[in-house]
Design a protein around this ligand. Structure first.
Ligand SMILES: [Zn+2]
Length: 475
């Protein structure tokens, strides 16, 4: 990523490009560091104008004496070097935040320089810098290497991410989740969806973000639900319900048949009685359209109350019909309405664009996880609980007792047991192969992330919460 600056009084400017572990803050910090190096020693006070709030914050909050804080903070070795150079030259540095892209002449020039830097670097390799803990003389007295590259970023968080990659990959490739992520494990808009979107408004909505699903909001929700668990069974019940709906683990007909195929064979939807009961069917069942209207209304009501509590002057639609419309006007069962995604714990990135249109620009994390929680809860109250009541009635009618559910073995498992021969890989072998595959997939995702940041990774299928919002536009 490119960094650039200019000192108008001295009529000098500079560009360089940093490689690996890209982030917009890192690029800004490198610009600050190189600019401070260039300021002559006889200048005592340096005013630094930047549009990066994150880098000013990073420098101001940095505490160099605490190894724990250093290992937690991003780009600590660049900040350390900035402070060291300023101290050495006895210069007082003032950081002044200016608004980005607001027509301030010099800021725009610096922005342009940074953008052009990548082009210059292709012609002149000496513009490429790969700063790391060693070359920047960090107080951290060790160097971590991975794949023969220095390990950058927040040491603690990145290491956690790295250690959990196989599990994250396992989850991302599981049958319930893989439909939201493409075969390459990338978080991009599927062709099946984009080919159905044909009007300019919805094309803009769909591509307002470089990613398809904002997994970070799903993770935020589950983190807060886990915290609430301690308040008692009603909280932990909701927590397990949310986990189950996201991962297709609710006891719907198809899942019940896996355990008791003789009892629940061809279990039909209890609302329409014309299709097999699966979780996806409950989202598309024609007999449930009224319930979805209700869920939409509740969601809009929730948004109204949370924005007024947070004192946000939002421009909300007066009617639920104009609230979070589907991404295509074409009738199709492939494309759900946004409220249905939310009820499954999935946060489509275009909903964020919708929130911006409603003039909601602050408290985004709170509002997004609130919307998810509200929709999941509404689905549970208005579709799942009535379904369970109908299910109990049906089981009673058919004379299915609790003991029958407990003791009958699924017939397929008996067949499998009788067929076991030495040539079929055992459970251990299967798990080992799965782990190896996950490790390879997770590893390649990490490589992708280190080199240029990947959309799938940034927004969370691997619990990595880097603040790389501007990355795609800056690459
Ligand atoms: Zn149905």
């Amino acid at each position: 990523m490119g960094s650039g600056w200019l000192i108008s009084e001295l009529k000098i400017s500079f560009v360089c490009v940093s490689k690996l572990w890209p982030s917009s803050t890192k690029a800004e910090l490198i610009a600050i560091w190189t600019a401070i190096l260039a300021v002559p020693n006889n200048i005592n006070i340096v005013n630094f104008y930047t549009d990066s709030h994150a880098s000013i914050d990073g420098i101001k909050k940095f505490s160099p004496h605490n190894i724990r804080a250093i290992s937690k903070s991003l780009n600590s070795y660049i900040i350390e070097q900035i402070n060291r150079v300023a101290n050495l030259k006895s210069q007082t540095i003032n950081y002044i935040k200016v608004k980005g892209h607001s027509g301030l002449e010099y800021n725009d020039v610096a922005d342009d320089l940074a953008k052009q830097a990548t082009t210059y670097a292709i012609l002149d390799e000496s513009l490429i810098t790969i700063p790391n803990f060693v070359t920047m003389h960090s107080t951290v007295q060790f160097q971590l290497l991975w794949n023969k590259q220095h390990w950058d970023g927040q040491l603690r968080k990145n290491l956690t991410t790295f250690a959990t990659l196989p599990q994250c990959t396992d989850w991302a490739t599981s049958s319930a989740i893989s439909q939201w992520i493409d075969n390459d494990l990338r978080n991009t808009v599927p062709i099946a969806i984009s080919s159905l979107v044909n009007d300019s408004i919805n094309v803009n909505r769909l591509y307002s973000s470089p990613v398809y699903i904002r997994w970070d909001h799903t993770w935020n929700l589950f983190r807060s639900l886990r915290h609430l668990n301690r308040h008692g069974p009603s909280f932990s019940n909701f927590n397990s319900f949310a986990i189950k709906i996201l991962n297709n683990l609710l006891p719907t007909g198809d899942n019940l048949a896996k355990r008791h195929d003789q009892i629940y064979d061809n279990w039909m939807c209890l609302f329409c009685n014309s299709e097999l009961e699966t979780l996806d069917h409950l989202f598309t069942c024609p007999s449930l359209s009224q319930q979805w209207v209700k869920i939409s209304k509740l969601s809009l009501q929730f948004l109204r109350s949370i924005t007024s509590n947070l004192r946000i002057k939002a421009a909300l639609p007066s009617d639920f019909l104009n609230y979070l419309p589907r991404i295509t006007t074409q009738p199709s069962s492939v494309v759900w309405s946004p409220i249905q995604y939310l009820a499954k714990g999935i946060f489509p990135a275009f909903v964020l664009d919708d929130l911006r249109t409603m003039k909601i620009n602050s408290h985004i994390n709170t509002i997004c996880s609130g919307l998810l929680k509200n929709a999941i809860n509404a689905f549970r109250e208005h579709i799942w609980k009535p379904r369970c009541i109908l299910n109990v009635d049906k089981e009673k009618r058919l004379g299915i007792t609790k003991s029958a559910k407990r003791f009958r073995m699924p017939s397929h498992s008996r067949i499998q047991q009788s067929r076991v021969t030495p040539n079929i890989p055992g459970q251990y072998q299967l798990l080992l192969e799965r782990w190896k595959r996950n490790w390879i997939l997770g590893h390649s995702e990490m490589v992708r992330f280190v080199k240029k940041g990947s959309n799938g990774f940034d927004y969370g299928w691997a619990i990595c919460r880097h603040n790389l919002d501007n990355l795609a536009s800056n690459l």
